[in-house]
Design a protein around this ligand. Sequence first.
Ligand code: GDP
Ligand code: ZN
Length: 458
Amino acid sequence: MELDTIAAISTPMGEGAIGIVRITGDKAIPIADRLYKGRRKLGEVESHTINYGHITDPKTGETVEEIMVSVLHGPRTFTKENMIEINCHGGLVAVNRVLQLILNEGARLAEPGEFTKRAFLNGRIDLSQAEGVIDLIRAKTDRAMNVAMSQVEGRLSGQIQKLRQELLETVAHVEVNIDYPEYDAEEVTLGLLKEKAGAVKTEIDRLLQTASQGKILREGLSTVIIGRPNVGKSSLLNSLVHENKAIVTDVPGTTRDVIEEYVNVRGVPLRLLDTAGIRETEDVVERIGVERSRKLVQEAELSLLVVNYNEQLTEEDEKLFAVSKNRDSIIIVNKTDLSREIDMDRVRELAGSRPVITTSLLKDEGIDELEEAIREMFFEGGMESGDLTYVSNSRHIALLNEASRTIDDALSSAEAGMPVDMVQIDITKAWELLGEVIGDSVNESLIDQLFSQFCLGK
Ligand code: GDP
Ligand code: ZN
């Protein structure tokens, strides 16, 4: 396959003082050389060097931009091809002008994700690593970034390859048993399958268990704040937002009646839903009934129920406890700077196993404890330990689920005394499904669709 030379701006549009234009392909260096004026021709400098010079317009001879340019010879590059990276100092206009000149010299404007696609096509990375790059671009917290990063580094790929290898060995062993019928083939096969394929299934299931955490890290944990009027819901929203680094969301046109606010609470990205309009001014009567709260709680992954330390529990409070009972929720008893009127024993009783945190949002007290409770809720049992592979991509999750089911089928067929080659078909299918995770057997259009999700120039 002959790949043409492509170029794109690879820094965020309009941001930062430096803009980078990247070119990859056979003609990357000659194209850059036609525009570059420096001490030596780029075609003559060593690979992996940074060179100072200027970009000039070959038509007018005019100097367009002062630049630093990296010359990178394949295959030790991101795409495995020859690459040029031009660092421009000027703003958006200058960067665009440099790109335009490059295109005039015969490079094609890269499609979104095409650099990464090329790295994949040239065998530099596999599909799950490429998907990791997509996630990396979208990562909303440092922790989500780490998950994406480990995927880029090939951690998931490595595990999948290991599992595929084990399935292959299983098939091979079963094959041997068929060829030597003097063994009690059925018996031996069943034992083998249970041991080897069973172990693979266990491992796949373990990976799947990380999926919900992975999804949360990617998409944020949808969180609602409920409680009677005046207990401190708006204050809670505000302190969570102000205490924590707000995460900039790139989701355009967020629905009008639901304002979303992303905050990073100790590595847990909360997607705070201001559904109740708790941001509205206090002279608007703020009231969401118990029924509405029930719906909100059911749709959210985490609910924060606020009650007032300074008042006795009301019937409405009790109903709200019930509404959030079987969901992930945390009880916040607010206004501890005032006198206690609430029955704390009753609060604990209603809370059951849910954490109860006391706060004075007015005095900034108790926020740390609340944040710790949120963190514990989602990263208990060492989930956060850095060496765990998270599965967070929905395509991977679907494939792993199917592979796990297929192995199950194989095991029960073997158990039921089905012919060995039937069992082998299932094992082979599971092997293929795992292959799809790393892009071994996926079709062209899936690949195109995946890579089009990238930002331009990545
Ligand atoms: P919401 O109606 O549930 O959203 O409650 P707000 O957050 O708007 O708070 C209602 C009132 O309680 C406001 O006047 C807040 O300043 C006040 N408030 C919130 N938290 C505390 C607190 O911890 N202590 C005290 N004394 N007042 C608070
Ligand atoms: Zn409010």
